[in-house]
Design a binder for this molecule. Structure first.
Ligand code: NAD
Ligand code: DAU
Length: 366
């Protein structure tokens, strides 16, 4: 039985991970530590909170004393670190929060783990610090470049990617210097339930339902490698259960799509969804999709500065060593994601707070 501390567990991937872990390992203790920034939402984990094997702690990863107390009091043996500022566009407008949370915050967690696990417990218990990172640390690819492997040199292009790269280096340094047992995963773009609607896929789905413009940056030909969020959780599970301490693992979907093609695909699926009588009644504002013309909402807008052209993950190492495979195809995953947003209107309306609306308006000048 394990005792997990999941940082950022009220966010998109962290909440999916907490739910995945509860279902698969019901005897394990899962403690979520989350500061509830605009991206963190207690509703994301509401269904988990009635279990005595689950605890939510409202707190900041920068609070080293709090993290040390949690490690001691709950005898944590596995720290899974998702907490981050995660949106590239926000990092361009305001990098400071990214430096604070992603770099200083990760360092604060490392210091707490070193103090309790290595100094107080004298390294006698089997513990693991797993750091959740991104493919963005590798920079950008040309159309014919081979996909990123774990040995691709780091070349981050946005303040977000640079802050994640810095945190990866700190995690590695704590292993090499102090012997902290760490693992790192670098994953491609996730999608699925509880994805915050400032990110491309949920933004397009929810904007279609409100008949709002669908902003496509630049020429829309940038490529991302999309992975259903539960497959990411399964990849982290495999890493945690392996004895590959000190290793980095790429996780990806072998699923490259140009942004404009994804947007057109979602438009087509939303047009279809609006043929259903229940959906027609539930979403009367979705005028374009109701007419079978959601693609009329596509609006090309100014490109993101420093926009990476292409990401692609080579997950051969993770497949060969850990047996990682994706269970969800994109054809089924994107339909499941759309269905989730159709069935969870209250959730996405609630997270679209005043702050969100202000941000979106400022972003796209809509
Ligand atoms: P998210 O923005 O949806 O959630 C981040 C969570 O962290 C939120 O609940 C937020 O409240 C919490 N948080 C932020 N600052 C905090 C702090 N100082 N202390 C405690 N909690 C804090 O992010 P996500 O998309 O779920 O990403 C999770 C992790 O996965 C991040 O580290 C991100 O870099 C990485 N990642 C994301 C993707 C993706 O496609 N979304 C892909 C690869 C890697
Ligand atoms: O690759 C992994 C990364 O994926 C994670 O590390 C990040 O945390 C996560 O946010 C995501 O970053 P991206 O920048 O790739 O995701 P986003 O959904 O913001 O954008 C996906 C692509 O769509 C990107 O090329 C920018 C483009 N885009 C995005 C938005 C929000 C648009 O064209 N229009 C939009 O409105």
């Amino acid at each position: 039985m394990s005792r997990l501390l999941v940082t950022g567990g009220a966010g998109f991937i962290g909440s999916n991970f907490a739910r995945y872990w509860r279902a698969k390992y019901p005897d394990d203790m899962v403690i979520v530590l989350d500061a509830l920034t605009y991206a963190g939402n207690r509703a994301n984990i509401a269904d988990l909170e009635d279990s005595d094997k689950f605890l939510f702690v409202h707190g900041n990863i920068l609070d080293q004393t709090l993290v040390e107390e949690l490690l001691r009091k709950h005898e944590i043996d596995t720290l899974v670190h998702f907490a981050a500022e995660s949106h590239v566009d926000r990092s361009i407008l305001g990098p400071d929060a990214f430096i604070e949370t992603n770099i200083v915050g990760t360092h604060s967690l490392l210091k707490a783990a070193r103090r309790v696990w290595l100094e107080e417990w004298e390294g006698k218990r089997t513990v693991r610090f797993h750091h959740v990172s991104t493919d963005e640390v590798y920079g950008t690819l040309g159309p014919d470049d081979p996909a990123f492997t774990e040995t691709t040199p780091y070349a981050p292009n946005s303040p977000y990617a640079a802050s994640k790269a810095a945190s990866d280096h700190l995690v590695r340094a704590y292993m090499e210097t102090y012997g902290l047992p760490v693992t790192i995963s670098n994953c491609s773009n996730n999608y699925g339930p509880y994805h915050f609607p400032e990110k491309l896929i949920p933004l397009v789905i929810t904007n279609i339902l409100d008949d709002r413009p669908l902003p496509v940056y630049g020429d829309g030909l940038q490529i991302r490698d999309w992975l259903y969020v539960e497959d990411h959780c399964r990849g982290i599970d495999l890493i945690l259960k392996s004895d590959k301490v000190g290793e980095c693992f790429n996780i990806g979907g072998d699923n490259e799509w140009a942004n404009i093609d994804i947007v057109r695909l979602i438009c087509g699926l939303m047009n279809q969804a609006m043929q259903d009588e229940g959906n027609r009644k539930a979403f009367p504002k979705a005028e374009s999709a109701l007419k079978g013309k959601a693609e009329n909402l596509i609006t090309f807008v100014t490109d993101r500065p420093g926009h990476d052209r292409r990401y692609a993950i080579d997950a051969t190492k993770t497949k060969m060593i850990l047996g990682f495979t994706t269970k969800e195809s994109f054809a089924t995953g994107i339909r499941k994601a759309i269905q989730w947003y159709l069935e969870n209107e209250t959730w996405w309306r609630d997270v679209q707070t005043g702050e969100y609306r202000q941000w979106i308006a400022q972003q796209y000048d809509l």
